[in-house]
Design a protein around this ligand. Structure first.
Ligand SMILES: [Zn+2]
Ligand SMILES: [Zn+2]
Length: 128
């Protein structure tokens, strides 16, 4: 079992097994969600999602692919989400795991929108 948690620790989520997808995404939705240069997302099938600890606030987000985002009402961390483009899956913020718990990402999505100054390993799969 691995666990992702928010900045303040009030909210956490248990995950079982390996994520189906472990990737960066450079689309504007991910950039705005994180406030960073890219989003790091681990997608787990719903059956691999374990117990939630703490209180989460759920909001519908009308971005390009409709999403429900779950975040900590105390510190504002967006910890997990579901998206119409990934039915049956739960996306979890990759940076919310303890260091080293989540393996190296294997793919770069919306690669065409990647910040020009950002370099990534050549071995990763690129999706436009
Ligand atoms: Zn928090
Ligand atoms: Zn994205």
């Amino acid at each position: 079992m691995i666990r992702a948690r928010c900045s303040c620790g009030q909210l956490s989520l248990e995950l079982h097994g390996e994520p189906r997808v472990n990737a960066l995404c450079h689309c504007s939705d991910c950039k705005r969600r994180t406030g960073s240069a890219f989003g790091w997302s681990a997608y787990f099938p719903e059956r691999q999602v374990g117990a939630q600890s703490g209180t989460a606030v759920k909001r519908s987000v009308p971005v390009s692919e409709p999403q429900f985002r779950y975040f900590c009402p105390d510190c504002g961390t967006t910890l997990w989400w579901t998206a119409a483009m990934a039915p049956g899956m739960v996306g979890v913020a990759g940076g919310a795991f303890d260091p080293g718990v989540l393996g190296e990402p294997a793919a770069s999505h919306s690669d065409g929108q990647k910040c020009a100054w950002l370099g990534l390993p050549q071995s990763w799969t690129r999706y436009p």
